[in-house]
Design a protein around this ligand. Sequence first.
Ligand code: GDP
Length: 377
Amino acid sequence: MTDTHHIHPENDEQYAGLTVNSGVAQPPSINPYASRRVRRKPLPTAGELVEGILKGDVTMLSRAVTLVESLSPAHQAVAQEVIEKCLPHSGHSRRIGITGVPGAGKSTSIDVFGLHVLSRGGRLAVLAIDPSSERTKGSILGDKTRMEKLSQHPGAFIRPSPSAGSLGGVARKTRETIVLCEAAGYDNIFVETVGVGQSETAVHSMVDFFLLIQLAGTGDELQGIKRGIMEMADGIVINKADGDNLGPAQLAQAQFRSALHLFPPTESGWAPEVLTYSGYYELGIPEVWDMIDRYFAFVDANGYFLRKRREQARYWMTESIDETLRGHFYDRPDVQAMLERLEADVLADRRSSFTAAREVLDYYFSSLRQPNQDSAI
Ligand code: GDP
C-alpha cells in the first residue's frame, strides 16, 4: 500500500453504514430431529442386497458389508441371511494374504500388485484385519489414501479393517466379507494385516496364498522365524530392492533362502520362494506374480487347494461356535455380575479358581434349562 494515511471510508470508525448488530441466535435451518431421520437410508431387505451383490453393484456390496460389521442384532440377522444366500456364489477367487511389519511397504506394494492383477482383467477386493484399529480414530490399514492408484480403479474394492474388537470377531467379519465380495464377482481377494501379532494366524486361515513382505537388514528376519510367521509364508518377498538397498536386499534373499531350508517340508508340498522387488519403483512385480501363479497351478494340480479350503471351512465353523458360545455367556448381565463377585472372591483368597468357575458355569447351565428364561436362546 502506498498511501498509508488514506483510510477507506468503510474502514473508518466513524462510518456507521456497515455497523453490524450482534444479532440473535437463529434457529437451525434444518430441523435436527428431522435430519436425524432423513440421514438414515432405509435398510434394504436381504433379497434386495443379494440381488444387487450378484449383479456386482458396489453400493449394495458396501451396505451389506456394513451390516456384517454392525453390532446390532437386527443388522446381523439381515447380514446372516445375505451371507447364506451368497455362499453358493462364492469361492471362485484367489485369496491372498499379505503381511509385513509397519513400514515394510504393504500399502505401496498392494497398490502396484493390485494394478498388476487388474491389468490382466477381473476385479480385486482389498480387505484388512487390524484388531487394534478403530475406524473413527483412523485405521492403520485399509485407508484409501494409502492405495491411491488402486482406489481410483473401477475394478477395485477397498475396505478398511472392521473396527476394533476381539481378533476372532474382526477375523470372522472379514471372512464373511470375502464371501460377499466373491459373490459380487471379485475374483482376487487381498487380505492385509500388520505383522505384529496373532492376526497373521487369522489371515493365514482364510487365504490360499500367504505373502510375507520383509525388509533387508532390520533384524526382522529372526523375529519372523521366532513368531512362526515364516513357516506360514508361501512366498517371502524382500521389498525396497532399489538404489543402495539392492545389495542388502539380495543378501537378505540369500539368508532367507538358507533359513527356509531349516524348516520341515510344507503341507502343500510347495517350496516357498524368496524374491526381491521394489514396490515404489515397480521393479520385479511380474516376477512376484509369476510365483503366485505357479503356486496356484501347483496346488490345483495336487489337490491341496481344495483340501486347504475344506480344512479352513472346518476351522471357521469351530471358531464361529466358540465365538457365539463365549458371547452368549459373557454378554449376560447376570453372568457379568456374578463374575465380578467371584473374581473379587478369588483375588481375596476366599474361594479357589476351580470352585468359582464351577459355580458360575453351574448357574449358567441351569439357567439354560429353565423354560421362559429371557436370556436363554
Ligand atoms: P506399510 O506401513 O507396510 O503399509 O508401508 P508403506 O507402503 O506405507 O511404506 C512405508 C514407507 O516405505 C513409505 O515411505 C514408502 O514410500 C516407502 N517404500 C515403500 N516401498 C518402497 C520401495 O520399494 N522402495 C523404497 N525405497 N521405499 C519404499
